[in-house]
Ligand binder design. Structure first.
Ligand code: TXA
Ligand code: MG
Length: 343
């Protein structure tokens, strides 16, 4: 080995035979990351119910922000366990699944999908992929698989296992090599969570295909001035709390709730008292031991809970600007600004 040879561990790339599929399913069940082919592009999969596993996806992509992910399932029955279907969405699913169509639907309480997977939204993106390797992996793992396109943030989506290995090798636990992704373009994203169907991202399932079933279907465009931005890809609607947020707090002001990170032993309440004496409903800790993956997994759940706690404001302790901490801080800053601007 020459001195210049990188010693970074390369991720194992396997042909998707039974053994590799079983091993990959096990990796997913244990909270690991598996890149796998779909008919659109390759995805980086993790257990959609496991927030810490999903946090690793964002870190692998080097994405300094949390965007909601698509949950890949084996069929309509599994989709109905996590998303709220009605006659219209059921009809669309029956016609286009398995295939390159993602549906945005109301997220079911108790469906088990991690808050980080949906980035705190009350909707969930679901899709049944058609690629046999993706289908087998989901079936054997027996769990919903959150998977964004397998490319580092800002780079082209991967259509071959080779490209995945080149750009993400070392950051994943396994790459299932299933040949080139046939379509080479991400799935169509159709929002059926509101009254009128809206295409949020165009793809192989075309507006014409959808209109034959649904009647008129709008395609979301960039936010128009004065209008609330509708959606993702271009203009994603983000979860934001209603309660004002104060970042980098070193103490708590009376009336505030506390979003803590690490030990709160030395946090005081202005005017007297300790943060540890706040009513239980007013304090949430992202990670008592200061683990950033745990913090990412808890972020949206904790924000939701504090938002409902009756606090006048949420004080947030400082979170390190490293690794996945960058994405946590980015989201908190955005939430703080959103409340200030009333959006
Ligand atoms: O073809 C595909 O869809 C690939 C393969 C791997 O399945 N996946 C993919 O995932 O392209 P990703 O994360 O790169 O894109 C997901 C898109 C984003 O534009 C995201 O904002 C949107 O779906 N999305 C996810 N959940 C959403 C939600 N609840 N509401 C609105 N948009 C959502
Ligand atoms: Mg993508």
């Amino acid at each position: 080995m020459s001195e210049n040879t990188p010693i970074e561990m390369k991720t194992k790339t396997c042909a998707p035979d039974d053994h590799a599929l079983r091993q990959s399913a096990e990796i997913l069940r244990e909270g690991g990351l598996v890149a796998f082919p779909t008919e659109t592009v390759y995805g980086i999969g993790a257990d959609a119910r496991n927030g810490q596993a999903v946090a690793r996806i964002f870190e692998a992509k080097g994405r300094p922000s949390f965007n909601p992910l698509i949950v890949h399932v084996a069929g309509l029955e599994q989709a109905e366990a996590i998303a709220g279907f009605d006659a219209r969405s059921r009809q669309v699913a029956r016609q286009f699944w398995p295939g390159p169509l993602t549906l945005i639907l109301p997220r079911l309480e108790g469906g088990g999908i991690a808050d980080l997977t949906t980035a705190g939204l009350d909707t969930v993106a679901v899709r049944v992929p058609a690629h046999p390797v993706a289908r087998k992996l989901i079936e054997i793992a027996g769990l919903p698989v959150a998977a964004p396109s397998a490319n580092p943030s800002g780079r082209l989506s991967a259509t071959t296992a080779h490209y995945v290995a080149e750009t993400l090798g070392g950051k994943l636990d396994m790459i299932l090599a299933g040949g080139a992704a046939e379509i080479g373009l991400e799935s169509t994203v159709l929002d059926l969570s509101g009254k009128d169907p809206v295409i949020l991202r165009t793809g192989a399932v075309t507006p014409d295909n959808l209109e034959s079933l649904l009647g008129r279907v709008d395609i979301a465009t960039k936010a128009v001035a004065g209008e609330k931005p509708k959606s993702p890809g271009q203009t994603l609607r983000h979860y934001a709390p209603m309660t004002p947020i104060r970042l980098n707090a070193v103490d708590v002001v009376s009336g505030e709730g506390l979003l803590a990170f690490g030990s709160t032993r030395f946090m005081g309440v202005k005017g007297g008292g300790a943060a540890t004496d706040l009513p239980a409903g007013r304090i949430r800790n992202l990670s008592e031991c200061g683990d950033l993956y745990e913090a990412a997994a808890n972020l949206f759940t904790c924000l939701h809970e504090l938002d409902r706690s009756g606090s006048e404001r949420i004080a947030v302790m400082a979170i390190p600007e490293t690794g996945i901490g960058l994405a946590i801080n980015e989201r908190l800053r955005r939430a703080a600004e959103a409340v200030e601007q009333g959006v």
